[in-house]
Design a protein around this ligand. Structure first.
Ligand SMILES: *Cc1c(COP(=O)(O)O)cnc(C)c1O
Length: 412
């Protein structure tokens, strides 16, 4: 008999796998009729709520016309629409949209663009990458290499390429981060090609927030030393942090931005890596050897692009950020009950006392079970519990989530 090997699941612990038959708004409805509140947007992808009618309609309409089709030498209306509409939301400087199919691949593409730029343009190796400690950029090898070294990637650590990790800019100790980067650039500017960052909040690292001015300073230094400034907005994009993109809260404009998760409202897999003119130009040539050698089979899937275009329409027509603001206001009223509370747009996180601070902290599974038994989906990250619901969540559901969290304190 063939059976399923689930992601991030220790089957040896015999966790009960819940079968879902329907999804609607903020709910996952199980085959035995449980109505589970999706408190983490199905792992940060779902922004507008499950089965948003406009997105579902766009998907349905596109399936009457196309399915998957090759994206080299061919194009289609949904992709053209996505690129055009991204242009309306992103700064002028970000001009070229490269499609792929997940957050991790959008990061791989960004790194390859940056390193390929220096190779094509200067014929030299400027391939050193800088990133934050505790960062997460996906589970492919480029993503793992850029991300923090942790239990997630320990068996593969010797296979990861060397990335310089500068300290996470903890509140009050930001200068440590900035000076570490400055020192690194002074010593190795001719080796460093790019810095890749999760703006304003490190997600998998434990919902660690930091001040926007840090990004401004790192950006200025990057420009000074001709280092590409890559923002991985795979999680932070699409309103999560209270603005459409997190970098809007800073004075930076990335050279490359990675977007996925909420790009289709969380309905279908799709990603884009959007780059500047300057980067595109380095691959533009009569010489075939200089082309950007990257593609995945399902690149720019038309149905997924139609979902993304519908999502972008919704962003134009509806006050999405107004909804996020209401959620933020709800959090603000709750915060005082929690340890080290962090509030950023749609994200609320706090810490619990427990043994050890890492992902394997054993209080997390107990809480996770308790939440699930109470029909609330939350997945604590070690000693951090966080909430990140779809923006359509009702006040009732949000209150329910917090009631269950408060009840769970009896387990601690
Ligand atoms: C989720 C995430 C990724 C990886 O995206 P996948 O679609 O899971 O491959 C990369 N970077 C950040 C910041 C993420 O949150």
């Amino acid at each position: 008999m063939n059976t399923i090997w689930h992601p991030f699941t220790q089957h040896g612990l015999e966790e009960d796998i819940i079968k879902i038959s329907y999804t609607q708004d903020e709910f996952l409805i199980s085959s035995d009729g449980r109505k589970i509140i999706d408190g983490i947007s199905s792992w940060w992808v779902n922004t507008l709520g499950h089965r948003n009618p406009k997105i579902m309609h766009a998907i349905e309409e596109e399936t009457k016309k196309t399915d998957q089709l090759i994206f080299a030498g061919f194009t289609h209306e949904p992709a053209l629409k996505v690129a055009k509409m991204l242009g309306e939301f992103l700064p002028e400087k970000l001009k070229y949209t490269f499609f792929s199919d997940s957050g991790s691949t959008s990061v791989e593409v960004a790194l390859k663009m940056a390193v390929g730029y220096f190779y094509n343009k200067l014929g030299k190796d400027k391939s050193k990458i800088v990133a934050f400690e505790h960062s997460y950029h996906g589970d492919t090898f480029g993503g793992m290499s850029s991300g923090a070294r942790s239990v997630f990637n320990k068996p593969y650590s010797h296979m990861l390429f060397d990335v310089t990790h500068i300290p996470y800019p903890e509140k009050g100790r930001e200068e440590k981060t900035i000076s570490a980067y400055k020192k690194l650039l002074e010593q190795k500017y001719n080796e460093i090609g790019a810095i890749i960052l999760e703006p304003l909040i490190l997600g998998s690292g434990g919902m660690l927030t930091y001040e926007p001015f840090v990004l401004d300073e790192l950006y200025k230094l990057s420009k000074e030393y001709d280092v590409f400034f890559i923002l991985d907005e795979v999680m932070t994009g699409w309103g999560r942090t209270g603005t459409m993109f997190a970098f809007e809260q800073t004075n930076t404009v990335p050279d490359i931005i990675c977007l996925s998760k909420g790009l289709t409202g969380g309905s279908l897999p799709l990603a884009v890596t959007v780059a500047t003119d300057e980067i595109y130009e380095a691959f533009y040539s009569k010489d075939k050897a200089k082309m950007f050698y990257h593609s995945s089979s399902y690149t720019a899937n038309p149905v997924a692009c139609a979902a993304a275009a519908a999502n972008l329409e919704i962003w134009k027509e509806e006050d999405i950020l107004g909804r996020v603001r209401k959620i933020t206001e709800f959090y603000e009223k709750q915060a005082s009950d929690f340890k080290n509370p962090r509030i950023l747009g749609d994200i609320f996180a706090f810490d619990i006392d427990g043994e050890g601070n890492d992902y394997l902290a054993n209080v997390a599974p107990k809480l996770y079970d308790f939440y699930r038994k109470n029909d609330v989906l939350l997945r604590p990250l070690g000693n951090t519990v966080y909430v990140m619901p779809p923006y359509c969540i009702s006040e009732n559901s949000l209150s329910r989530v917090f009631d269950v969290i408060k009840e769970s304190k009896k387990l601690l």
